[in-house]
Design a protein around this ligand. Structure first.
Ligand code: NAD
Length: 286
């Protein structure tokens, strides 16, 4: 029987979420995605108009099918959390049931269960500010969108995950090494995400036989990364200094995610897996 995956954080064909969707689809999984509400319209329109058809191409020559796109805002757990200005915001008012709890309920109603949960989203409104200049609100917003969003997703989706299921998030080495420019509390958010990966692996493993891992990915020119502003420098740095001197492709991260979601990884949980051409292993630049 084929597996079903829900991938949160897909809004175009450039990011890690899209590449993970493709690798899972190529391995035979059914693909559902969660798309940030403000990005929903343009993503669905582009999908419908065939703008992504070239990048939907799978190794067997078929096109990846996204079975359903769910609007999602992972900083809200249920309707009571949503402030008035968001409720009445034009971009939100056109969609319904996009809080984490409601999305999980909708997926349960539509499909009953899933096997794979992917968290490929992050947001830090003050990411371009050094930590010393980050406001309390900016810091907490980064943690809310990039770390707690994962706790919340897993909490609400676990009841519909089949035993033996697998959950994956995306992290960045700025959690453990100094990466100037990755500010606004985003380095803190990734440290929390990695620590939570271990605790959640224990809790979800004991209670539901679900594995929880995170991929520490190298630099990719995604929409989110371009907004930070130093992505080209990071890519050049990696090519100059990593053991493998090539640009990292999103598919390499997608394939690692497909492995982690598969029975081939049945004893791997609570792990931070580096998919970064080996850059993490270097002690100095060369
Ligand atoms: P991306 O822009 O493709 O993905 C980020 C997604 O998060 C977007 O689709 C955005 O709409 C969504 N999003 C933001 N706030 C949201 C919210 N409140 N609710 C729901 N969705 C929301 O960029 P990406 O770089 O592929 O990012 C995916 C993951 O990979 C992130 O966790 C990121 O930190 C991580 N990562 C990226 C890099 C890199 O260099 N690009 C490196 C390591 C880790």
């Amino acid at each position: 029987k084929g597996k079903r995956a829900f991938i949160a954080g897909v809004a175009d064909d450039n990011g890690y979420g899209w590449a993970i969707a493709k690798s899972l689809a190529a391995a035979g999984a059914e693909i559902l995605v969660g798309t940030w509400v403000p990005a929903l319209n343009i993503f669905e329109t582009s999908l419908r108009r065939g703008k992504f058809d070239e990048s939907r191409l799978l190794p067997n020559g078929s096109l990846m099918e996204i079975i359903k796109v769910y609007p999602l805002d992972a900083v809200f757990d249920n309707p009571d959390d949503v402030p008035e200005d968001i409720k009445t915001n034009k971009r939100y008012a056109g969609s319904a049931n996009w809080t984490v709890k409601e999305v999980a309920e909708s997926v349960k109603q539509d499909f009953g269960s899933i096997d794979i949960l992917v968290h490929s989203l992050a947001n830090g409104p003050e990411v371009s500010k050094p930590l010393l200049e980050t406001s309390r609100n900016g810091y907490l917003a980064a943690l809310s969108a990039s770390s707690y969003s994962y706790v919340s997703l897993l909490k609400h989706f676990i009841p519909l995950m089949n035993p033996g299921g697998s959950s994956i998030s995306l992290t960045y080495i700025a959690s453990e090494r100094i990466i100037p420019g990755y500010g606004g509390g985003m380095s803190s958010a990734k440290a929390a995400l990695e620590s939570d990966t271990r605790v959640l692996a224990f809790e979800a493993g004991r209670k539901h036989k679900i594995r929880v891992n995170t991929i520490s990915a190298g630099p990719l020119r995604s929409r989110a990364a371009k907004a930070i502003g130093f992505i080209d420098t990071m890519i050049e740095y990696s090519i100059a200094n990593a053991p493998l001197q090539k640009e990292l492709s999103a598919d390499e991260v997608g394939n690692a995610a497909a492995f982690l979601a598969s029975p081939l990884a049945s004893a791997i949980t609570g792990a931070v897996i580096y998919v970064d051409n080996g850059l993490n292993a270097m002690g100095v630049g060369v």
